[in-house]
Write a protein that binds this ligand. Sequence first.
Ligand SMILES: *Cc1c(COP(=O)(O)O)cnc(C)c1O
Length: 426
Amino acid sequence: MNLAERDQRVIWHPFTQQKNSLPPIPIVKGQGSLLIAEDGSSYIDAISSWWVNLHGHAHPYIAEKIYQQALQLEQVIFAGFTHEPAVQLAERLLPVLPGSIARVFFSDNGSTSTEVALKMAIQYWWNNDQPQRKKILAFTNSYHGDTFGAMSVSDRSVFTLAFHDHLFEVIFIDTPTQENIKELKNRIDSHSHEIAAFIYEPLIQGAGGIKMYDPLLLNELLYSAKNNGIICIADEVMTGFYRTGQFFASEYMDQKPDIICLSKGLTGGTMALGITACTNAIYQAYVTEDKYKTFFHGHSFTANPLACTAALASLDLLEKELCIEQIKWITRENENFALKLHSGEFKIKNLRTLGTILAFELDNGKDEYLNTISTVFTHKAIAKGIYLRPLGNTVYLMPPYCITLEELSKIYTCIETILGELLTEC
Ligand SMILES: *Cc1c(COP(=O)(O)O)cnc(C)c1O
């Protein structure tokens, strides 16, 4: 039995309808932007393996650091103990996080980082004897993870259908436009007495279809929220670490978050780690003689030393001139490619780019997530040695920063070719 066959007997894959699913592709090695399969074929990882990878796969510098740390200390309970990688990571991140973030709380993935943020914000008001402030404000079409709290503040969608009765009530507002901004601000004002926090994916709603919205309008909303005392939680799990061109997407706005959630690219995409960092004002609500006001939350692998070490190594690489140059030219190439696509005859709409991200929708008249165009597109791309995984009819690019011009051009050509084929087939 080969690996794919063995897999199909024992494994249940994420976000996958197992019935009639094609055999998974066994990957035996990663190198730079490439995923190398058991049969020797290779695929350019055009979506950074679900948006996590920044510097390429199996990066020798990060690998070496993890190895050295593994020989030193692989894991230790983080209550009552501490270690160098965790402290150093907090010391290095705090000065570069947007606004005046002062404390770092660790967990181990993006969903837990948002769960922690929600609990932190709700208990902040409880600790401050204002328990009536307990509702969360969130955007329609948002995605903040798959655990129950994270699902609750995410849009009600095909992802959450079976659980709607179990999700807590959330005040949903649309992302801001020139037309609705006034109404959104009014809704915030009228509910402010009961809202604990506002959670948002700054500038780009990722899993909701790489939907982009205006920084100036988001800034207005944040101003409104802050004016009403609402805690602002920036979920930068996807947008962090230069994805949008700035170190953090929150840098595009004057109004800064009170809490920021990080994961995905945090370790360069090598290990699971989550961070929820907050201002001193929030932290101080927990520093009291009253034991009931403790933040009773933690995970077995909180601040795992190997993961923290990977994050430090990733920061080293991000600080290099070369990395910044890469991000700049990827941005430029994407913009040029967008112009080219725009002037083509293809059936696409809502073409958009920000930083290293490019997205557009296939205009086949069907918008729903479960339509088959995604599968068709994915298979066509795989056959050409490119790994793309459209979200419904939204095709997008989010390459690792180490990608070469040749590889990026190959992706562009692949997209144009497939779009051409779809013109004649559909
Ligand atoms: C992916 C993602 C999450 C969830 O992270 P996981 O590590 O997959 O649990 C949360 N928020 C945003 C914005 C994300 O893109």
